[in-house]
Every structure is written in structure tokens, then in C-alpha cells.
Write a protein of this length. Structure first.
Lengths: 304, 437
């Protein structure tokens, strides 16, 4: 595999391989010197055309732990502001000898377009519009596997603004590939217009769905993408779809809660719930580095 | 001799020899003798009596038809000559078998005054095909107040549209229909409710949901079709519906025609053969407005051609330079070129005879260009003809197209049916598939 544009590029075996390699790299993060020479001499650029702190830092940390050289490109400080096209920027970076480009863009499909413009580089989707965020779904699966011992047969609720969520699209593909049953919990106005062919069940009744859940994956209400027009108010959204303390208390004691961050406490998740031991948010962040190390290694390590 | 408008360089006599004539009257084996811009003789042996020294164009194995008429071409001049000019667009049209095109008014400045219309017509007078110009319904196509339709009609404008956008204000559209009636002109609507379509980049459905792209629902088109049907009923005005793309729209037009309302409708070649699945690779070449729809919509559009609900096939030829199509899918401008591929694509979708009716005589009537264009191939008729080799197989290479732009969705595809010659007002402007000027 040369690029990681979608979870569907991996399939079940590919996902399991990433998780297995991530398991090995997770140990690196616990060493006194958190670095291995695996990708020494290789160069990774992060191209973020949309603001992001945690994903960019996570990829850069992952690349540095593998001893790759890291170049960080943020659109705000770049030639893009002067009118240079994404295509020219990408071709420039490839000409400088980059081996991998991690691309984040507010428009769906940009990583796929970039993969057609490069001749040699690997392209990693760091999140594109409402489309996909494959490494987020992989790190969710890694974290849930760590907590529950496996994904197969588990019942996963994906709750919230699925329509505007790249995380949700990648999660549906990843969890279902690993044998979980996925239920989307959202008002109709925040679901994709068509779910034809999606391996999911759908409900708008969070209370009814909680009892049998093993994993509750909360999504941020994408206020900046206009979700405000999709529900009457944050207050009403929170009342119907927020994970309150009372709702969390009805979960099975073994169930876990994930959130891709950044959380909006008081909207999709109550502050007290975010701080429960079942909420795996900081473990997700920690594991994100190991999973991204695994992805970079699998894309670049094989042909050094 | 009859005056022949649009004639720019009538040459000597021409004989189109050995072909089969196919027009609204039917199909028959005939040579066609042309001189002085007019058809002088049509018949199985007519070539024998041709004037000596006549240019003989071989039409063996070919269909000789009235030239095609495009109701919907964005020639981009004035204002966006980097994408297309009237000269280059007209050359592309001639190569596609067209003898006349209607230039859309969403230029910069738009065609909302006689001055701009005259400029387009003056540039068109020197072009390879006859160029008619559509005027805007509203000033600046801003949808706020009526453009001077009377002034434009007085210099020959027959079609008015704000294409690129629909007239959102129902009251204004009603006034436009009332006002246009006295002038004997036709309004043409780009049916799209701007609020329902806002932000959309492709058809809303299975694929937009998977790809995470904002969708344009079928209802955005159908809501305006339904409104305009009601307005035509209320005013008794005449309306042409541009580039219909959904099964629901076809149903609405079918019902309105059954009621006897004065409506006509067109569909593009690309909406007859391509679906939203083409967007799966996020290639903005496949971004177009209205968007490529579902397979069920494609089937309904073909059925609409077959039962006559849809009158015309029009290209919506919309050139964009390559850099505009190298943008992210949701930022790239919508549009695809079509003048040089329309005929074979339409033939593939609905067959040669239906394709010709929808590409030639029916749109000629809607544009007010009949019988000069689209009329039967008969003695005394204006010599606007195309000669088609229906069996020729070719592969679309964007680099070899005459358009200044290369945004064809058919790149690399093999098409059957090719234009061999095009004759405009008696002048062979395409000979053996090559533009003569």
C-alpha cells in the first residue's frame, strides 16, 4: 500500500496489521529515550490547510519518534496565501525530497487529489472535509481493543453529528471491518442524506440504545460547519443526544466512552462524564502517536 | 435569390455525394447540391447535374442531416477568453456538427443590454457557425429587476435566461413571463432553488453521503420546475426549462404538457449517460450544475426523450481552464465542455434518429432559428447541414479538441459516431473532420 486515503484502503487484515505494529510502537513511548531509528533519513511533511493542533502534533511526534525529518506546513504561513495552488505546493514539496505527505483539508477528497499529483510520495489522509479521518478511527480501535480485549462482536454507538463527521465515516468502516455492530444515534437532520449500503443500524433514541452498548463514541457537534441550523438549539441537542451523568450511569460498567476531541463539555458530553475512568479520551491521544507511527512505518518502512 | 442571414463566406457549388438524407421528413438516399448558400437539388442522382467545378464532399456511408443547433453554449466572451472565445467555441461547434449555437448571457459583462448583445453578434458574424445570443432576464443576472428585454428583442434576441442561476423571486419571474409574452420571446429557466442547493457540490444521495461532499438535492431543481409550471399556467407565458436532471422534473414536465401548457425542456448529453458515481475519485471534471444524478434519474431522462416529454438535447458547454479544475472538488467551478462530443454521446443514449430530432430541428424551433436551421433538406432551403458517419469509432483526446478548454468528462472514452463535414450557409466549414477555418 502506498497511500492511506480511506480506512477502506486497508480492509480487515490491513487494520489488524496497523494495530499489531502500533502495539509494538506503543512501548517506545514508555522508554526513557522515546525514539527509534526506523525512518532515519526519511522526510515527512505535514500539510495542514485547516487548523488542527492535536492531529498535526500527533503525526509530527510519531514521525520524530521514528527519527524521520519533519517539515511542518501550515497554509496560513505559506504561499497558498499568495495564490499558489495546492498542486504546485505539493509538487514543490515532493521536489524537495519528501517521502510522505500528511494532508488535512477542509474539502473532502483533497488527499485523493494530492495522491494523483505526486509521483513518488506516500499520502496520508489527516482528515478531509466530512469524508474521512482514517488514523483517528484506527487509534479508536486500538484504544478500545486495549480496554475491552477486542472489537469482534462488540456493540458500538456512534452518537451525534454523523452528517458532518469525517471521524464517523472512518469509524463505521473500521469498526464494522473488525466485526463490531455499529449503531448511529442522531437526529435525522444530522445523518448523511443516504445511508444506503452503510453497515449500520440507526436510531434517534439514545436512552434506548445505551443499555446494550460496549462503546459509546461521541462526536463533536460541528458548529463551525453550520450544524446550528440542523437542530433547534445546543440545549435541545444536549438534552436529546448529550451523554449526561444520568445516561452514563445506565451504561454497562464495562462500557467505554471515546471522543476524538476537542470536546465541548456540556454539549455532547457532560463534564463529569468526561472525567470518568471509562472515558478514554487521554488514552486515545497517547495511542494516537503509536498508531500514526505504525501507519508511517508501514507506508515508508518497507522500501527504504 | 433569398437573403441568407449569417452567411459569411459563401463559396462555390458543393455536392454532398453518396449519403442518406435524414431530417424531420424521414430518411432517403440522396445527393445534395448546394450553391449560393442554398440547397439547389436533392435526389438520388442529383449529383450528376451539379455545376461543373463543384466541390464534391464524400458522404458514402454517412447520414446527411440538417445542422445541429445548440440551445445552450457558454462561449465565455466577453470576459473569460482564457476559457473560450466565440471563435474557438464556434469552431468546436462546427466540428461537432452544429451550424448554429445560442451563446449564453452569463458573460462578464452579462448580456443585459443591446450593447453587449451587439458585441457578441458582431464577433459571431465572423465565426464558423451562426451565433445567436440569449439575453438575461434580469439586470446583471442579479434577480432583482427586469433587463431591457424589448431593446434586446428589437435586435433579434429570442431567448432570455439568467442561466447559471434561476430567477429566485417568484413574483419577478411572473412579471418576466407576462412581459415576454408581448415580445414573442421565450424565457429559459435554470431551475434551481438557491437555498436548497446552497453549498452543494454534487448530487445529494448515496455517493455524496459516502464521499462526505455537500449535496444538491433533486428537490432543489424540482421545487423551481413546479413553481414555474404554476406560473406558466397563471400567465399563459412560454417557458423553456434548461438542463433538467431529475426523474421528478421529467414527471412534472410530462404532466404540464398533458395539460397543454407552453413548455419545452432540454437535457444535456452528459446527464443522459453519466451518474454521480463518476464523482467517486473527486475529479472536478465531473463537477457540473445541475450535478450528475443517480442511475434512476438517467433512466427517467432517457424515457423523457423517448416519449417526447423532453424536446431537446443541449450541451451546456461550459469551458474552464485547467487550473480552475485543479481545485478541491467543492471549490472548483461546475461545468464541462460538450460541443464536440454531444452527437455521439446522444446517439449512444437514444439512437441516431431521436438524437438528431433533439439536437437539430426541435431546438432550432425553440431558438427561433427554424427553418433556416433544422429545416428539411429540400430544394430552396438554407444550406446548413452536417454529414455524420454513424459507424466511425474514435477516442476522445482533450488535447485534440478545438475548445480552448479541456474539461471533458469523456476523456479517453471511445465514442461511436463522428461528424465528417459541416456546411454553414453553403460554406463547408468542416471537411473530413477538420475545421476549414
Amino acid at each position: 500500500m502506498r497511500h492511506l486515503l480511506s480506512v477502506s484502503d486497508l480492509g480487515r487484515e490491513g487494520i489488524e496489521e496497523v494495530l499489531a505494529v502500533a502495539e509494538a510502537f506503543a512501548e517506545v513511548g514508555t522508554r526513557p529515550i522515546r525514539k527509534v531509528p526506523t525512518l532515519r533519513g526519511r522526510a515527512v511533511a505535514t500539510l495542514f490547510f485547516e487548523d488542527s493542533t492535536r492531529t498535526r502534533l500527533s503525526f509530527e511526534t510519531a514521525a520524530k519518534r521514528l527519527s524521520a525529518d519533519v517539515l511542518s506546513f501550515a497554509a496560513a504561513s505559506s504561499s497558498i496565501k499568495k495564490g499558489e495552488s495546492i498542486r504546485d505546493t505539493v509538487e514543490t514539496l515532493e521536489a524537495m525530497g519528501m517521502d510522505a505527505l500528511v494532508v488535512r483539508h477542509a474539502s473532502a477528497g483533497v488527499p485523493a487529489q494530492v495522491s494523483r499529483w505526486v509521483t513518488r510520495c506516500s499520502v496520508v489522509n489527516g482528515g478531509d472535509g466530512w469524508h474521512e479521518h482514517p488514523t483517528q478511527a484506527l487509534l479508536d480501535c486500538f484504544t478500545v481493543t486495549q480496554a475491552l480485549g477486542g472489537i469482534e462482536g462488540r456493540r458500538v454507538l456512534v452518537v451525534g453529528d454523523v452528517r458532518h463527521s469525517r471521524v464517523a465515516r472512518s469509524q463505521v468502516l473500521a469498526y464494522s471491518a473488525l466485526g463490531a455492530s455499529v449503531t448511529l444515534v442522531a437526529p435525522r437532520s444530522l445523518l448523511p442524506p443516504s445511508l444506503e449500503g452503510w453497515p449500520v443500524e440507526v436510531t434517534h433514541d439514545l436512552d434506548g440504545a445505551l443499555a446494550g452498548a460496549d462503546v459509546v463514541s461521541l462526536l463533536r457537534l460541528q458548529a463551525e460547519r453550520g450544524s446550528g441550523a440542523f437542530v433547534p438549539s445546543l440545549r435541545e441537542y444536549s438534552a436529546r443526544f448529550g451523554l449526561s451523568a444520568a445516561r452514563a450511569a445506565r451504561l454497562s460498567p464495562k462500557a467505554v466512552i471515546t471522543h476524538p476531541g476537542p470536546m465541548i463539555r456540556g454539549v455532547e458530553i457532560a463534564s463529569d462524564v468526561a472525567d470518568l475512568p471509562q472515558a478514554l479520551v487521554t488514552r486515545q491521544v497517547t495511542n494516537g502517536v503509536a498508531v500514526r507511527m505504525a501507519v508511517l512505518f508501514l507506508l515508508l518502512g518497507g522500501h527504504a | 435569390m433569398t437573403d441568407v442571414p449569417g452567411v459569411t463566406g459563401v463559396t462555390g457549388a458543393v455536392v454532398v455525394a453518396g449519403g442518406e438524407v435524414l431530417d424531420a421528413r424521414g430518411r432517403r438516399r440522396a445527393d445534395v447540391v448546394i450553391d449560393g448558400g442554398l440547397v439547389r437539388a436533392v435526389g438520388p442522382e442529383a449529383g450528376r447535374d451539379a455545376p461543373s467545378g463543384a466541390l464534391v464532399l464524400d458522404a458514402s456511408g454517412c447520414v446527411v442531416a440538417p445542422g445541429l443547433v445548440d440551445l445552450h453554449a457558454h462561449l465565455r466572451q466577453p470576459g473569460h477568453e482564457e476559457a473560450e472565445t466565440i471563435e474557438s467555441g464556434a469552431r468546436a461547434a462546427a466540428l461537432g456538427g452544429y451550424t448554429a449555437v445560442v451563446a449564453m448571457p452569463n458573460t462578464d459583462p452579462p448580456v443585459d443590454s443591446a450593447a453587449v448583445a451587439r458585441e457578441v453578434l458582431a464577433l459571431g458574424a465572423a465565426a464558423a457557425v451562426e451565433v445567436a445570443v440569449a439575453g438575461a432576464i434580469t439586470v446583471g443576472r442579479a434577480g432583482e429587476r427586469l433587463a431591457p428585454m424589448g431593446e434586446l428583442a428589437a435586435i433579434g434576441v429570442r431567448l432570455f435566461t439568467d442561466d447559471g442561476a434561476g430567477v429566485q423571486d417568484g413574483a419577478l419571474m411572473r412579471r418576466a413571463l407576462d412581459y415576454a409574452r408581448d415580445l414573442g420571446v421565450t424565457l429559459a429557466q435554470h431551475c434551481e432553488d438557491a437555498r436548497l442547493a446552497a453549498g452543494g457540490a454534487m448530487h445529494e444521495g448515496v455517493w455524496s453521503s459516502l464521499l462526505g461532499l455537500p449535496g444538491i438535492p433533486a428537490a432543489a431543481e424540482e421545487a423551481m420546475v413546479a413553481r414555474d409550471v404554476a406560473l406558466v399556467r397563471a400567465t399563459g407565458g412560454r417557458l423553456h426549462l434548461l438542463h433538467l436532471s431529475t426523474a421528478g422534473s421529467v414527471g412534472l414536465v410530462r404532466a404540464a404538457k398533458a395539460e397543454g401548457l407552453a413548455l419545452s425542456a432540454e437535457v444535456t448529453p452528459h446527464h443522459l449517460v453519466l451518474t454521480d458515481a463518476e464523482c467517486a475519485g473527486y475529479d472536478p471534471t465531473f463537477k457540473v450544475n445541475p450535478p450528475l444524478r443517480s442511475a434512476a434519474d438517467v433512466a427517467a431522462l432517457r424515457a423523457g426523450i423517448e416519449d417526447g416529454t423532453l424536446d431537446a438535447i443541449a450541451t451546456d458547454h461550459a469551458p474552464h481552464p485547467p487550473e480552475a479544475k485543479d481545485l478541491p472538488f467543492d471549490e472548483a467551478p461546475p461545468g464541462m465542455i460538450g460541443l464536440e462530443t454531444a452527437l455521439p454521446v446522444a446517439m449512444g443514449a437514444v439512437g441516431l434518429e431521436r438524437a438528431l430530432a433533439c439536437l437539430s430541428w426541435r431546438p432550432a424551433a425553440i431558438a427561433g432559428l427554424a427553418p433556416r436551421h433544422g429545416g428539411p433538406v429540400a430544394e430552396g432551403a438554407a444550406a446548413n447541414l452536417c454529414v455524420i458517419d454513424p459507424a466511425a469509432v474514435w477516442t476522445v483526446d482533450p488535447q485534440r479538441l478545438a475548445s480552448r478548454s479541456r474539461n471533458t468528462p469523456f476523456e479517453g472514452r471511445t465514442l461511436t459516431g463522428q461528424v465528417r463535414h459541416t456546411i454553414v450557409a453553403g460554406e463547408p466549414v468542416v471537411v473530413d473532420g477538420r475545421a476549414a477555418r
